[in-house]
Write a protein of this length. Structure first.
Lengths: 116, 109
């Protein structure tokens, strides 16, 4: 149990376009979902936390108008990178947490975004 | 204000035990010690966690010192597939996971 999936696994987009990444908890209802970003040879950095039906809470320095997070249901969260630029190229990883699993965090496989 | 300190990198011979240390001298009484690992271009994989007592599962053992200021993750028989970055994280039960730099473990044949 406790599987988190992401789609797509990789995406290439042109500068100025928007791209949406989906995160799904496959076999549990996630009360909270998290989005992380990881640049090459660096650690994971928490971008934002979202609870179902509520607005996301963004970490300092993360532009909420650029990284739109929607947590519309207990099994789905989306991250939309708006007006993407090459510096947004990164590995985006989502994570989900559930009361049923004692608030443990489970991580998705990540999405590689390349902006050309 | 990193809560944990880990060596940047370590090597281990295949088949030998890999012992990965972590210092968390400011850990509070209700914070758990978690270990995750990340193989290149994948999401983090949960390994083990503990509060006070030593823990063991099918992947690894976690040894926490009595004062809880440090811990060691032990992979008893390292294989080449254990090559990864290992993250030691301390957190309270309901808080989010925040990652430090981790230890890059290289298992060599």
């Amino acid at each position: 149990g406790a599987v988190v999936s992401q789609h797509p696994s990789w995406v290439i987009c042109k500068s100025g376009t928007s791209v949406k990444i989906e995160c799904r908890s496959l076999d549990f209802q996630a009360t909270t979902m998290f989005w992380y970003r990881q640049f090459p040879k660096q650690s994971l950095m928490l971008m934002a936390t979202s609870n179902e039906g509520s607005k996301a809470t963004y970490e300092q320095g993360v532009e909420k108008d650029k990284f739109l997070i929607n947590h519309a249901s207990l099994t789905l969260s989306t991250l939309t990178v708006t007006s993407a630029h090459p510096e947004d190229s990164s590995f985006y990883i989502c994570s989900a947490r559930a009361l049923a699993y004692s608030y443990e965090q489970y991580f998705g496989p990540g999405t590689r975004l390349t902006v050309t | 204000d990193a809560k944990t300190t880990q060596p940047t990198s370590m090597d281990c011979a295949e088949g030998r035990a890999a012992n990965l240390p972590c210092n968390h001298s400011t850990i509070s009484g209700n914070e758990y010690v978690y270990w995750y690992r990340q193989i290149h271009s994948q999401g983090p994989q949960y390994i083990i966690h503990g509060l006070k007592n030593n823990e063991t599962n099918e992947m690894a053992s976690l040894i926490i010192t009595e004062d809880r200021k440090s811990s060691t993750l032990i992979l008893p028989h390292a294989t080449l597939r254990d090559t990864a970055v290992y993250y030691c994280i301390v957190r309270e039960e309901n808080n989010d996971m925040r990652f430090g730099a981790g230890t890059r473990l290289t298992v060599k044949p």
